[in-house]
Design a protein around this ligand. Sequence first.
Ligand SMILES: [Zn+2]
Ligand SMILES: [Zn+2]
Length: 344
Amino acid sequence: MATTRIADAPMKVAQISKPGADFEIVERAIPRPGTGQVRIRVQACGICHSDVLTKEGMWPGIQYPRVPGHEVVGLIDELGEHVSEWKTGQRVGVGWHGGQDGTCLSCRRGDFRNCRNLKIPGISYDGGYQQYMVAPVEALAAIPESLAAAEAAPLLCAGLTTFNALRHNGALPGDLVAVQGVGGLGHLGIQYANKFGYKVAAIGRDSENAALAIKLGASVYIDSNATNPAEELQKLGGAQEILATAPSSKAMSNLVDGLAPNGKLIVIGATFDPIEVTPIQLITGSRAIQGWSTGTPADSEDTLRFSELTGVRPMIETYPLGKAADAYARMMSGDAKFRVVLTM
Ligand SMILES: [Zn+2]
Ligand SMILES: [Zn+2]
């Protein structure tokens, strides 16, 4: 990537100075975009659980201080050299996909989502917890006018991941699709699954979110504490897809038997614990377990356009940039309803 030139005027940034450190609000010079880059005046940035990778130094090779944030919405306010497809004043978003190398085997096969040297905003370079951000053009997604910045931001990671995982895994309109977890990812997954024309079963750990899940588009709510969720899914004919959003490997393991023949458990809730499954469970009915990771900026545009068309929106709590530490703590508490978003 080209080097970043520095202008003189200051801006506010929420940075992490070393692994495990607290957020600090500092002033920095507003950066200038290099060749093939744009500068974005940030309007909103969602706080994703994956920001813990930067906060705690859990991703190899992060250079500190680092500004987290990969759910970024803002206006382009300066173009670097050799940028012709984008205009100043245009509203854009930047998600997890912060740029591909274009040369690895995955890229040569056109599979940019799985680039071996994928750049990630907030990890590979400074992300959206700041007033101005520089991003390469291959990370940019255009944002429809009708979406508010704070509502569009979570769609760039949480929205995109659930949208893309659901649309690429074989369920057809009318099929039973289960969404495990009614949280930051799940409350979006339920809405997309409903709008895709699936019969949606939402699975939660208690009855607290039952009414909300139905309101978001679930036909059925399954309380996994009160019942055996796999048996409940089989009573409904078995699920063609189960989108596992809550980061609990034990809960995911308990769902495999709820799959229909040729059904797929799609894992997007990130955890380091093993999922337990026997070969017999998979062989019976030719069932599968697959992970799924976000998507490209073009996929983000599909997600945003679909959300604009169908009214899918995240439920958000907003905090000003200066309260980044409180906002991050709120996300980590698991009590937020449901995505926390910084506004600049
Ligand atoms: Zn994320
Ligand atoms: Zn690549």
